[in-house]
Design a protein around this ligand. Sequence first.
Ligand code: KG4
Ligand code: ZN
Length: 362
Amino acid sequence: MHNLNIQEELIILGIDTSCDDTAIAITKNDCVLANIVSSQIRSHKNWGGVVPSIAKREHERLIDGVLNEALKKARVRIEDIDLIAVTKGRGLAIALEVGIKKAKEIALLYNKPILPTNHSAGHIYSILVKNKSGKPSHIEYAFPFISLLISGGHTELILVTAHNEYLLIGKTLDDAIGEAYDKIGKMLGLGYPSGPIIEELARSGDEKAYELPLPMRKKNNKNPNFSYSGLKTAVMQIVNQQENFTKQEICNIAASFQKVAIEHLIDKLNLALEQHNVQDIFIAGGVSSNLYLRKKIRQYFKNYRVHFPPQKKLCTDNAGMIAVASYYSLTNVPSQHNLLLHTKEEIESLDRDPSWRLSKPL
Ligand code: KG4
Ligand code: ZN
């Protein structure tokens, strides 16, 4: 049996195939030596969203190339890896299976342990990922902190009370915020993923041009959850009322939607901060790369330390964050070692968990 000695430097191979990005990273502790993401956007573009069967096929086609590229870039031999951290959930079942199968193959061939890792935990820890030179060298934060995960698949508020201890405070009751950006983009005939395109168009738009409903804004509304489907429907009604839109009108719709979408995030984050005494806010996931959002949130919550992933690439799905999440949990939480899979039997029994939430609701 391979014993993991956490005193030594850990070389971690991270694998994430939870959605439409085939991602493999190699880290030395919390420093990324290589973080390769082979995006399948071109394969899904025509469908305006992710098609699971295409994602699975593309992961299978791409994964060996991505692995070799990561090893080459990191200048690490596969024999030198101490640990494999693979995303077990949440995600698309048949997509997750491809990464897990590859992790098992490497683990059995080279006698390496596997730590099954949670995708949302990866996003939270994306804020603490360092580059090859160990930068950013110090990020000041304290437990408990609030994490807001905003992507195509998640809109969640999580209270992180210690490493690996999470309480789900709120989640979307329908669409995720990134999904709303993508669906509205599809209605407007924009490309996929639409988030960055809408952000760009909104820069030239008038955010007051269309009055859209702010979700769940009743007086004293203490519901901690999010809802984006009503906002999406309101935009759909505007789009359906007219045959053609000028470029300026599209920019105005983008700006009006984005304004309300972000206001809703601020509302719920504000509510969470009223109820939990924290100093730090971690904001992660694909939508966290949006600069309008960053500006608004920093303005509104100026009495808090607001943290975003240090690079744009770390906002969207990647495996560097998976490797670093596993590093933090193994080095800070001794009981995590019991979750390492060492034997052939343990490794073979690893299965995906498409709906694995970090914690039960409060
Ligand atoms: O984290 P991610 O790569 O995958 C999921 O786990 O879902 O996030 C992708 C999502 C897409 O919905 C995309 O439209 C959105 O993040 N996104 C953005 C921006 N960049 C990516 N949304 C708004 N503004 C952006 N700049
Ligand atoms: Zn994600």
